[in-house]
Design a protein around this ligand. Structure first.
Ligand SMILES: Nc1ncnc2c1ncn2[C@@H]1O[C@H](COP(=O)(O)OP(=O)(O)OP(=O)(O)O)[C@@H](O)[C@H]1O
Length: 327
C-alpha cells in the first residue's frame, strides 16, 4: 500500500488571548497521498489557512501548535528548528498564496528570485539555474520567458504574476504544493487557467497539492479528495465524486446546494441558515448542531470524532454511529 506523503494527526492550534485561550483547530487529522490533489473547503474562519500555515511552519504568533503531529514521509516536521523548517519549505513543500505579491519580492527581478531559490535548494550552477528558470517560466505560460525573466514583478499582470509564483513554488521540485486561495485575487477570466495550470504542472512532476478554497466548484473540477472543515474540525473527508454526489455530513449537504462553477462569478458558499460560531462561542457537542436540521439529543452533548465510512470516507456526525445513534 502506498504510504502517505503528508500526515496531519490530531492537530490543535491555539491563540492565547487576554480572555483565555482560543482553540482554532481542534483535532484535525488527514493524509495527503503522493501526487494527489486534496481540496480543503469551508466557510471563512473554518481554519483552512491555519491548517496550511501549520504544515509549512508559518503560523503567525501568538498562534501556536498546541497538540498533534505533522509528518512528511513519516518524519515529524512540526517540531523542526526554524532553519530546518526553512529547508523543508521551498525544497519539499512549495507555496502559492492568494496574492502573488506576498510571495514575490518587488525589489528583485524574477530571474534573481527564481535562480536564488533553485540554487539554495539544488546543487546546480548559476547558468543552469537560469536555464531551468526560463524553462519553467515557459512551462507556466509566460510568453518570451527568456526576455521576461529579467523583469520585476510589477511588470507582470496579476495572472502572469501568479504564474511566476507557481514557477517559484515548483522550481526546487517539491513533493507537495500548498495553494491557499490561489485565484481569489485574480480576474475571473484567468482563475480557471491558473487552477488548471497548478493541477497540470504538479501532475507532471508528481507533486501533491493541497488546494485551499471556499469554492466547492473549484474543488469539484480539480481535486481527487476533499476535506470539509467546520469551526476548526473536520466534518467530512472523502473522494470528491462521493462527497459531491452523496454528501453525508448535514453541513456538506448544505454546501452542495450552492456549488458555483469556475465560469460563474465566484460566490461565497452557504445556503444554510445561521452562521459558523465564533471560536469563543463553540457550542457543546457537535459545533454544527444549532444549524443542523437532523440534530438529536446526543449532538448537543457529545462531540463526534470522524467515523469511518465505506469507500475511504470519514464523517464526524452521530447519524453514522450505528450502535449509539439513538442512545
Ligand atoms: N491572530 C489571530 N488571533 C486570534 N484568532 C485568530 C488569529 N488568526 C486566525 N484566528 C482565528 O482562527 C480561525 C481560523 O482562521 P483561518 O484563517 O484558518 O480561516 P479560513 O478557513 O482560512 O478562513 P478564510 O477563508 O477567511 O481565509 C478564525 O476563526 C480566526 O478568527
Amino acid at each position: 500500500m502506498t504510504k502517505p506523503l503528508l500526515s496531519v494527526r490530531d492537530l490543535k492550534v491555539e491563540f492565547p488571548t487576554r480572555r483565555g485561550v482560543l482553540t482554532a483547530l481542534n483535532g484535525v487529522s488527514f493524509d495527503i497521498m503522493p501526487g494527489e490533489v486534496l481540496g480543503m473547503v469551508g466557510e471563512s474562519g473554518a481554519g483552512k489557512s491555519l491548517t496550511g500555515a501549520s504544515i509549512i511552519g508559518l503560523l503567525e504568533p501568538p498562534g501556536r501548535i498546541a497538540g498533534g503531529e505533522i509528518l512528511l514521509k513519516g518524519e515529524r516536521i512540526d517540531n523542526l528548528s526554524p532553519d530546518a523548517m526553512r529547508k523543508v519549505r521551498g525544497r519539499r513543500i512549495g507555496m502559492v498564496f492568494q496574492d502573488p505579491l506576498t510571495s514575490l519580492n518587488p525589489l528583485y527581478t524574477v530571474a534573481k528570485q527564481l535562480t536564488e531559490t533553485i540554487m539554495t535548494h539544488l546543487p546546480v550552477s548559476a547558468a543552469e539555474a537560469r536555464q531551468r528558470a526560463i524553462a519553467l517560466l515557459d512551462r507556466v505560460g509566460i510568453p518570451a520567458a527568456a526576455r521576461r525573466i529579467d523583469d520585476y514583478p510589477h511588470h507582470f499582470s496579476g495572472g502572469m504574476r501568479q504564474r511566476v509564483v507557481i514557477a517559484l513554488a515548483l522550481c526546487a521540485e517539491p513533493e507537495l504544493v500548498i495553494a491557499d486561495e490561489p485565484t481569489t485575487a485574480l480576474d475571473v477570466s484567468v482563475q480557471a487557467q491558473i487552477i488548471d495550470l497548478i493541477k497540470e504542472i504538479c501532475a507532471e512532476r508528481n507533486a501533491a497539492v493541497m488546494l485551499i478554497t471556499h469554492d466547492m466548484g473549484v474543488i469539484a473540477e480539480t481535486a481527487d479528495r476533499v476535506a470539509v472543515l467546520y469551526a476548526g474540525r473536520l466534518a467530512e473527508i472523502g473522494k470528491v465524486h462521493d462527497v459531491i454526489t452523496r454528501p453525508e455530513h448535514p453541513y456538506t449537504q448544505g454546501l452542495m446546494g450552492s456549488i458555483p462553477t469556475l465560469t460563474q462569478e465566484s460566490e461565497r458558499l452557504i445556503s444554510i441558515p445561521g452562521s459558523m460560531p465564533r471560536l469563543n462561542a463553540i457550542p457543546p457537542g457537535c459545533a454544527f448542531n444549532p444549524r443542523c436540521t437532523k440534530a438529536f439529543g446526543r449532538c448537543t452533548a457529545e462531540r463526534p470524532d470522524p467515523i469511518n465510512r465505506p469507500n475511504d470516507r470519514q464523517v464526524a456526525c452521530w447519524l453514522y454511529d450505528e450502535e449509539k445513534a439513538h442512545v
